[in-house]
Write a protein of this length. Structure first.
Length: 146
């Protein structure tokens, strides 16, 4: 589940600096991501409801940097913070560059019906709104929305 965020404090939280680019977007998404000093190749399947298959593999940094050059859109740059709420980890992304001003939180659940506590800083739910997919933000950055 994904939410817009307001009033979130990053103080004392662990974080990772991320740069990710999309190599293909037709039926499935193929992404390369550099997170601090590690790199990953991710394949995401078609969204069904609020779920989708996802496969992620660590790759050599040299390969990731070369793959960034193959991107079909400019990379998405963000800092991801990890906040624990009621025993669950929320990933809060603070975007930079052309997506600056956008802050989103995401929680991964074991099922669509799993219950969880919504933190006070998690505001409007945007789960399923394709405009908030990172692949869409690469193609049409937040600063360019009407």
């Amino acid at each position: 589940r994904k939410y817009l965020v307001s009033g979130f404090s990053t103080e004392g939280l662990q974080c990772k600096k991320m740069k990710q680019a999309y190599l293909a977007k037709e039926g499935c998404t193929l992404r390369v991501r550099i997170a601090d000093d590690k790199a990953f190749l991710t394949i995401k399947g078609k969204t069904e409801g609020i779920s989708r298959a996802e496969f992620e593999y660590e790759i050599p940094m040299e390969d990731a940097n070369a793959m960034m050059e193959l991107a079909i859109y400019p990379p998405v740059i963000k800092t991801r913070y990890y906040a624990e709420v009621d025993g669950k980890i929320w990933e809060v992304d603070v975007f930079e560059g052309e997506n600056e001003g956008l802050i989103m939180a995401e929680i991964e659940l074991s099922s669509e019906n799993e219950e969880f506590i919504l933190p006070e800083w998690a505001k409007e739910e945007v789960t399923g709104d394709k405009r908030y997919y990172n692949a869409y933000l690469a193609k049409k950055p937040y600063k360019k929305w009407e």
